[in-house]
Design a protein around this ligand. Structure first.
Ligand SMILES: [Zn+2]
Length: 81
């Protein structure tokens, strides 16, 4: 699986202060960031971040358009007795 490096829009490099030069990618539960203008490089574990993202995704009701709730089953209509 190829590693996807993507630029972070609007990110400013903490070392050279250039904007839109920071790339980020993830590998082996590590999030890497580096700068294409200087030799800034950073890595941090993303275990907590991944858990948070998953929880957020699961808890989003917008992504369940056809959610089927348990419907009450009417066995007898007491009005007809
Ligand atoms: Zn930089």
């Amino acid at each position: 699986m190829a590693i996807q490096k993507r630029f972070i829009a609007g990110a400013i490099c903490p070392r050279c202060a250039e904007m839109d030069r920071i790339r980020t990618w993830e590998q082996h539960n590590i999030r890497y960031r580096d700068c294409v203008s200087c030799d800034f490089f950073e890595q941090l574990p993303i275990k907590d971040a991944v858990l948070t993202e998953l929880e957020t995704r699961v808890n989003r009701p917008d992504e369940e358009p056809q959610r089927q709730d348990i419907q009450p089953v009417r066995i007898l209509d007491p009005g007809n007795r």
